[in-house]
Design a protein around this ligand. Structure first.
Ligand SMILES: [Zn+2]
Ligand SMILES: [Zn+2]
Length: 139
């Protein structure tokens, strides 16, 4: 992406400094929860309230600019929606969220065959231990 502002191009949302700051935080982090976004933003905008950040994040989510990831046993995280389709690996030890591209053609074919179910899209979340944490427990 050339400019973080471009993310708002297809919406009627104004590119307010706060919205751009929120998008920057999400873009920088990859996946980030609301409290962390607020914490980082309030360093640049000390007067901004959690309620305002909350409202902006939900507006951006509802307009499809960002995507909310519902992670079992953790707070939802947000990512930029305009990305290659991907799925997520979640480390139960450090909480890291890792993007992964999985070909779901086989899954879709199976569901069509077994359940006559037409999949339009699917989000796969796999929970486990990442390579960094696995290394730690072995030593
Ligand atoms: Zn880990
Ligand atoms: Zn992701």
């Amino acid at each position: 992406m050339n400019n973080i502002k471009d993310l708002l191009n297809n919406t009627d949302l104004k590119a307010t400094p706060q919205r751009l700051a929120i998008l920057e935080e999400i873009h920088k982090a990859g996946h980030i929860d609301l409290e962390t976004i607020y914490k980082n933003i309030s360093q640049r905008f000390p007067s901004v309230s959690l309620a305002t950040v909350y409202k902006n994040i939900h507006t951006l989510r509802d307009r499809g600019v960002i995507k909310e990831l519902s992670i079992k046993g953790a707070k939802p995280k947000y990512e930029i929606a305009a990305q290659k389709p991907h799925h997520h690996l979640i480390c139960k030890v450090c909480g890291d969220v890792i993007d992964i591209e999985i070909d779901t053609t086989f899954l879709k074919e199976q569901l069509k065959k077994v359940e006559d179910f037409e999949v339009s899209n699917c989000d796969i979340y796999c929970y486990g231990i990442c390579s960094k944490c696995k290394g730690k427990s072995n030593s």
